[in-house]
Design a protein around this ligand. Structure first.
Ligand SMILES: Nc1ncnc2c1ncn2[C@@H]1O[C@H](COP(=O)(O)OP(=O)(O)OP(=O)(O)O)[C@@H](O)[C@H]1O
Length: 255
């Protein structure tokens, strides 16, 4: 059988030391296949973002095994990891350098990885995310929230990663632009057959994009299930059923 694109095995992580240590991930296990979109859901503080940050190399003191396409990830982040795994953050306001132009922001990863044809690649990537090449000379504060998130997505994709990690990619955006960004993400995923792991609170986002879902509570993965089973009340765990019904009662509340 083919290796999963993402493998998370017995992932544990604590913050602090000795008596002050607080464990936030407990033996988290799941796999995501090539081309699949896997959603992580669960209440605030359950550890979803922490799992993404371990895979992205933003936390390095985890224990367990992480692998991309069968190759184990080292704890320290290297250049190769950046080419394999990229992350899009929730807040497009905070994630782009305010004094760099959009052109600089998109060229920087190409420069670091010594990839040629930078100008051409930046223009192609802008076009892919629905922005004209005129945006290259603009600064982040001159863009709308939706346009900034398009730039953040372009920056994440410019190195052609195998895996994209998305942390609530639409929740900081105005409701009117959320659907635009979701449609863009969905188109890009189909074109590139990328593997995605995304954190979301929004049942609508899960229904629109995800194939399978992992449900987290208190740092543990309670169950994984197909999105169809989640949406049709076929979850095994009563916690999952409660999350889904809470989200139906309050469509924009936490799932
Ligand atoms: N750098 C850190 N230092 C100490 N504790 C942290 C740190 N980052 C996260 N935590 C703790 O880890 C736990 C899990 O946080 P995490 O951000 O992964 O939750 P989450 O499920 O993504 O929540 P949300 O949906 O609110 O983003 C929380 O209790 C949080 O306080």
């Amino acid at each position: 059988m083919a290796e999963p694109m993402i493998a998370v095995r017995n992932l544990n992580l604590s913050f602090g030391e000795d008596a002050q240590a607080s464990q936030v991930l407990f033996d988290v296990n799941f796999e995501v296949n090539q081309g699949e979109i896997f959603g992580l859901v669960g209440e605030s503080g359950s550890g979803k973002t922490t799992v993404l940050k371990c895979l992205a190399g933003l936390f390095t003191h985890w224990q367990g095994e992480l692998a991309i396409n069968g190759a184990p990830l080292a704890h320290e982040i290297g250049r190769e990891r950046c080419r394999l795994v990229q992350m899009v953050f929730q807040d497009p306001y905070g994630s782009l350098h305010p004094r760099h132009t959009i052109g600089d922001i998109l060229e920087e990863p190409l420069h670091i990885h010594q990839i040629g044809q930078q100008d051409k690649k930046v223009c192609e990537m802008l076009e892919k995310v629905g922005l004209s090449r005129a945006y290259r000379s603009r600064y982040p504060h001159q863009l709308s929230g939706g346009q900034r998130q398009r730039v953040a997505i372009a920056r994440a994709l410019i190195l052609q990663p195998r895996v994209l990690l998305l942390d609530e990619p639409t929740s900081a955006l105005d409701v009117s632009v959320q659907a635009e960004i979701l449609n863009l993400l969905s188109d890009l995923q189909q074109q590139e057959q990328l593997t995605w792991l995304m954190v979301t609170h929004d049942l609508g986002v899960i229904a629109h994009l995800c194939h399978r879902v992992g449900v987290m509570q208190y740092g543990r993965l309670l169950e994984t299930l197909d999105v169809e089973d989640l949406l049709h009340d076929r979850a095994r765990e009563s916690y999952t059923q409660t999350l889904v019904s809470a989200s139906r009662d309050y469509p924009r509340a936490a799932v």
